[in-house]
Design a protein around this ligand. Sequence first.
Ligand code: RP5
Length: 165
Amino acid sequence: MKKVGIVMGSASDLPVVQKAVDVLGRFDIPYEVHIYSAHRTPEQAREFAVNARKKGYGVLIAAAGMAAHLAGAIAANTTLPVIGIPCKGPMLEGMDALLSTVQMPTGIPVATVAINGGANAALLAAQILAVEDTALAEKLDAKRKMDEADVLKKDWEIAQQLNQN
Ligand code: RP5
């Protein structure tokens, strides 16, 4: 199976990235995590993106906060699919990172998940890899079924507590 490459702009993004790592681990998807910043280590970020395909990555995830250019900078240097995670920073509730990540000009797409959406980034990466991997697709289907059963159980419980008939 191809690896998922996860890059974050700073070690301070780790709590969000950890959510992605946990999901990938649950599905036995190989991954590598690095800190490369679009601003502080632009050469390393570029190098990583340029070489990602030949190093066996199939999807890249880029997490960054504030003026979050990392996902776009990575996407500019590869045609692998790039998933952007806007991370909530100390100001503006993450709207700064959301707009910086999602508003890519035509030609360089970044599939942007919700602010701090580490788990969904990993699930989307898994779904991309599952296009060519039936076993992984089956695991994803099974997870959806479990999530469904979970909600139905909660519906039943709330009905017992609150409904009159
Ligand atoms: C971004 O600036 C990083 O992705 C991080 O979210 C934010 C703040 O970085 P630190 O000052 O915490 O290193 O580049």
